[in-house]
Design a protein around this ligand. Structure first.
Ligand code: ADP
Ligand code: MG
Length: 418
């Protein structure tokens, strides 16, 4: 079917025309369609049969521009092709943490998937101070499975290279290259600042020689280290949760890049949540300790569990498939050293990317609600300065920060856990 932008009114008929939907809906005469407003790039609709609300799907369609800005910001709708392929690959590798895909159309740039109606977007839940005890366990599994199993540590040389080329994502990578690694660190017309930030605050980042070099190095790594199939935008707005389950959505930024970019995106976002809750716990009328302790424990567990699971997958693969290029006739000891060095390098990347993800949310175009929606602008600026300070130190010192506890200690120095 030739591409056209679906309107709410025509969605029931469109769904009725698809064979795949006959298994989901018993009839198409009573479908309720509601647009979800919180996405940035695309249109997302919740559809349910009002006669039988268990029959429900989500339809997401890409339009040839950025939805929040409009047609003045063109963006090829073919990004949906990547999103569909990435969802399918993630489902293959880690089905318990990815919504089921019922139908995908490259021609229509749309995907129809499981409605996670019992789950909510993690960012909103964290803003409200909700705790998710299993989250670190779940998300570390997702990251370890996808990052390991799409890398050269697991795939044969040809499959890996075919994957790299299949997931080339020029346009969305360019958005990241610009808005995560470039514009926030210079005076740029697209930057948006809290008016309470001073020129000195901006120059602390934008005029710092060492910082600009460190960020340029991270950018180059982002552009050139085709290690694994990344989600590419793994912040806490791309994750839906409830007490028992965790789902990763929205992989339109997927491409072959450095593993630490995904892990860092998540950790950087959780660090910002930690800072934001110095203020937010007061708003919620709570003692600030418990919730922020949970956030720090979660960050620590995310990294530790991820590293453990990644290494376990590697050892398992090595036993199963010793003829992979990573076979070490010298024995187990060499393999162990290689793993340790690999994980240490991955940690340094994670710290560096987390830092870029933090600083850009303060100085760049796209904000995080955790901080940007703090109404008291002076309070907001105070939290933003902490974020910038930690980001700067993390990116510059990423190779000498030895473990996740050290990152958390730096965060606690800026915002004591009391
Ligand atoms: P965009 O790419 O435009 O940012 P997202 O994929 O993030 O779009 O989706 C926007 C919003 O739609 C999400 O924040 C969430 O509220 C909702 N949403 C997306 N996918 C699902 C789903 N499978 N089930 C329920 N809600 C979803
Ligand atoms: Mg999104």
């Amino acid at each position: 079917m030739a591409y056209r932008i679906l309107t709410i009114a025509e969605i029931p008929k469109y769904l009725g025309s698809l064979e795949e939907m006959q298994k989901i809906f018993t009839d198409f005469n009573n479908l309720e369609v509601e647009e979800v407003g919180d996405g940035n790039l695309n249109y997302v609709f919740l559809i349910k049969n009002s006669k039988n609300p268990q029959e429900t799907v989500v339809l997401k369609q890409a339009v040839p521009y950025l939805r929040v800005v409009g047609e003045s910001w063109p963006l090829k709708r073919e990004r949906m092709t990547i999103e569909i392929m990435a969802l399918q690959k993630e489902i293959e590798l880690c089905p318990q943490h990815v919504p089921e895909v019922y139908y995908g159309s490259h021609e229509m740039s749309l995907v129809i998937m499981e409605n996670l109606s019992a789950h909510k977007v993690l960012r909103g839940e964290i803003i409200q101070g909700k705790v998710f005890r299993n989250f670190a366990e779940h998300i570390s599994t997702f990251m370890a499975e996808v990052l390991f199993k799409t890398s050269d540590l697991c795939l044969d040389h040809q499959t890996k290279k075919e994957m790299v080329s299949k997931y080339i994502n020029y346009d969305l990578c360019k958005i990241t290259e610009d808005f995560v690694f470039t514009t926030p660190y210079e005076k740029h017309e697209t930057n948006v600042y809290n008016p309470e930030l001073t020129e000195e605050d901006l120059n602390f980042i934008q005029q710092d020689h060492d910082l600009k070099i460190a960020v340029a190095e991270m950018k180059y790594k982002f552009m050139n280290n085709a290690e694994s199939l990344l989600h590419g935008d793994l912040h806490i707005g791309s994750i839906m949760v409830n007490e028992n389950e965790t789902y990763v959505i929205d992989p339109e930024f997927a491409f072959y890049g450095p593993m630490g970019f995904d892990v860092g995106a998540l950790i950087g976002n959780l660090l910002m949540s930690y800072f934001s809750h110095e203020h937010r716990q007061q708003l919620l009328g709570r003692e600030p300790y418990d919730y922020r302790k949970w956030l720090l424990d979660t960050i620590e567990s995310v990294w530790i569990k991820f590293a453990e699971k990644f290494e376990a997958l590697w050892i398992e693969e090595q036993l199963r498939n010793p003829q992979l290029a990573w076979n070490y006739p010298e024995g187990e000891q060499h393999f162990k050293v290689l793993r340790e060095r690999f994980i240490a390098r991955l940690f340094s990347d994670t710290v560096g990317f987390a830092a870029c993800k933090m600083m850009r949310r303060i100085l760049g175009l796209a904000k995080v609600a955790d901080i940007a929606e703090i109404e008291n602008l002076q309070e907001r600026a105070r939290i933003e300065r902490m974020t910038l300070k930690l980001g700067k130190q993390m990116v510059i010192e990423r190779d000498s920060i030895k473990d996740i506890a050290e990152v958390l200690n730096l965060a606690k120095e800026l915002s004591p856990l009391v």
